[in-house]
Design a protein. Structure first.
Length: 357
């Protein structure tokens, strides 16, 4: 939500001066009545001197206006001063903020301020990142105690990666409502999760979210940042895994494979690491193998079609209880022939501007 800062500030002294005018009292007389110096009254009227609580009580006795009202005037004035100063500081950070994917954040409604509203743009970006300033972002993500954050900012496209990861952290409040992570329960759930792939895609995804919650895993979907090239990520927060998928590719076989890939990290690796789908590491290779073997167990691999055999894909998918697109995708990878069977793949689109888990 965009906020508007007024271009003028009403000081507590303005309200005092208004009372003085109504009563026909000058500054010298008010100083005598308050038992303070004329200089203090002058600074109070100009807003230079703060209104103390004892002086608010004295004003109550002199003016008949309750001290709480004078304190409210003072609090509002000081708040306005701070807001004006904050606006200047936020505007000064705008050039630095442009390193982050602002157009992406606007597209999905995470930032509603326009490019002309520089202070509000930076303010909303900081809200996404969960920091008070961009210098605080640098120290929090590069030097803080959370290992996966440090790993994120050490990469190419660090601002985009950090933004994408930070959006998923909005789900961290749910962690308190989740049971402790249960690895054996997750492994028991894997066949049922695989069976979900054959159902209606969006309903199956919702079901997967709930099933994973039961074993202490947060699964959320955050739109892909253009140019980032990341399908999914896994890391641990407060002892529980958070898996986020980008729906990059937007077909059901890719989304399901990425989910089981990330679950491979949860089962095989764990710990405090950040796993980004697409990295060229041994852990990524192991997660790929895990996903491949769970979705299509090794004993079924020799039965994958080696030609453009739609009927063979459908038959094997039915026997496995999986989506035909998953069998097709595996057959395509095995043969290197990707130019067929596209009608078996179902497209997935985000349903809301700010998707939630």
């Amino acid at each position: 939500m965009t906020t508007t800062t007024p271009n003028y500030i009403v000081t507590t002294g303005d309200f005092i001066a208004e009372w003085m005018e109504d009563e026909g009292i000058n500054a010298a007389e008010l100083a005598r009545r308050l038992d303070v110096t004329r200089k203090h009254v002058s600074e109070l009227l100009s807003g230079k001197a703060p209104l103390s609580h004892p002086l608010a009580l004295a004003l109550e006795r002199v003016t008949g206006v309750p001290a709480r009202i004078w304190n409210q005037y003072e609090s509002g004035y000081r708040s306005d001063l701070a807001r004006v100063q904050e606006t200047r500081e936020l505007e000064a950070q705008y050039e630095q903020a442009k390193a982050f994917p602002l157009s992406y954040l606007r597209k999905w409604g995470y930032v509603t301020a326009s490019a002309r509203e520089r202070a509000d743009t930076v303010r909303q970006l900081l809200g996404v990142l969960g920091v008070a300033s961009l210098s605080a972002f640098e120290t929090t993500w590069a030097e803080g105690s959370v290992a996966y954050r440090r790993a994120a900012v050490g990469r190419e496209h660090a601002p985009a990666i950090a933004t994408w990861l930070a959006l998923a952290e909005r789900h961290h409040d749910e962690l308190n409502e989740l049971p402790a992570f249960d690895r054996s329960a997750l492994e028991t759930q894997l066949p049922g999760l695989r069976a979900l792939t054959s159902g209606e895609v969006l309903e199956a995804i919702d079901d997967a979210v709930e099933r994973l919650r039961e074993v202490g895993i947060v699964l959320c979907f955050i739109p892909a940042v253009p140019g980032l090239g990341i399908h999914g990520a896994t890391r641990w927060l407060n002892g529980r895994p958070i898996i986020q998928l980008s729906l990059r590719g937007k077909t059901d076989d890719q989304v399901w494979f990425t989910l089981f890939h990330e679950l491979g990290h949860v089962v095989l690796h764990g710990g405090k690491e950040l796993y980004l789908n697409g990295d060229l590491t041994r852990a990524e290779e192991e997660a790929d193998a895990f996903a491949s073997n769970v979705l299509i167990p090794p004993q079924f691999v020799p039965r994958l079609p080696r030609t453009r055999d739609i009927a063979g894909v459908l038959a094997l998918a039915k026997e496995l209880g999986t989506a035909p697109s998953i069998v097709l995708g595996r057959a395509q990878r095995e043969t290197g022939d990707y130019a067929w069977g596209h009608s078996l793949k179902r497209k997935i689109e985000f349903r809301t501007a700010t998707p939630a888990s």
